[in-house]
Design a protein around this ligand. Structure first.
Ligand code: HEC
Length: 172
C-alpha cells in the first residue's frame, strides 16, 4: 500500500467515527427532549378504560327501606319538575291561549295583533318559524312589545310553539 492510501484510510476512519459519535449524541438528545416535553400524553381512552375495569361489578342493594326512599325521592323530583312547568306541561294550546295570550291578543292590549285576519296576514306571511321564534324570545315591532313567552317564562318552548300554531290556524 502506498503512503497516501494509509493517510486516506486514517482520515476516512476518523470521519466515520465522528459521524457515529454524532449519531449517538443525536439519539440521546432526542430521548431527552422527548422525555421533557411530554409529547407522550396518555391516550384519552385509557382513563375511561381504567375506570371501566375498576368499576364495581354490581351496585349495592339497600333493601326495601332504601328502595322506598329512592322511589319517594324519584316521585318528589318528578313532581318538582312538572310543578315548575306551566299548566303541568299540558300541550293544550287553547288552554294556554285563554290563560296567557288572550289577555293581550283578544283585546289588542299594548298593540297586540287581535283576532282578525287583517292583523295576522302579514305576520303569518313571515312563516311559522319566525312567529314561534318571536313568541318564544319576545319581539318588539312597530305595534308594541310581545314579551318572551307572553310573560310566562314557565311555559316550555313546545307549549309556546303549539299555541302559536293554534293562533295561526285560527286567524288564517
Ligand atoms: C302583554 C301582552 C301580550 C301577551 C300576554 C302575549 N302577547 Fe303576543 N304580542 C303582543 C304584542 C304587543 C305583539 C305585537 C308586537 C309587534 O309586532 O310590535 C305580539 C305579537 C305576537 C306574535 C307575532 C310576532 C310577529 O313576528 O309578528 C305572536 C306569534 C305572538 N304574539 C304570540 C303570542 C303567544 C303564543 C302568547 C301566549 C303564550 C302571547 N303572544 C302573549 C303582546 C302580547
Amino acid at each position: 500500500m502506498q503512503k497516501t492510501d494509509l493517510v486516506f484510510l486514517k482520515h476516512f476512519a476518523q470521519v466515520i467515527a465522528g459521524l457515529f459519535a454524532l449519531m449517538v449524541v443525536l439519539i440521546i438528545g432526542a430521548w431527552v427532549i422527548y422525555d421533557r416535553q411530554g409529547f407522550h400524553e396518555d391516550n384519552p381512552a385509557k382513563a375511561a378504560e381504567v375506570s371501566r375495569r375498576i368499576a364495581p361489578v354490581a351496585d349495592a342493594y339497600s333493601g326495601d327501606t332504601g328502595r322506598a326512599a329512592i322511589l319517594a325521592a324519584e316521585a318528589a323530583a318528578k313532581a318538582a319538575a312538572t310543578a315548575s312547568v306551566a299548566f303541568d306541561g299540558a300541550l293544550d294550546a287553547e288552554l294556554i291561549y285563554k290563560n296567557v295570550c288572550a289577555a293581550c291578543h283578544d283585546t289588542g292590549a299594548g298593540g297586540a295583533p287581535k283576532s282578525d285576519k287583517a292583523a295576522w296576514a302579514p305576520r303569518i306571511a313571515q312563516g311559522l318559524d319566525i312567529l314561534v321564534k318571536h313568541a318564544v324570545e319576545g319581539f318588539q315591532g312597530a305595534g308594541g312589545i310581545m314579551p318572551a313567552k307572553g310573560g310566562r317564562a314557565d311555559l316550555t318552548d313546545e307549549q309556546v310553539k303549539i299555541t302559536v300554531e293554534y293562533m295561526v290556524d285560527k286567524y288564517r
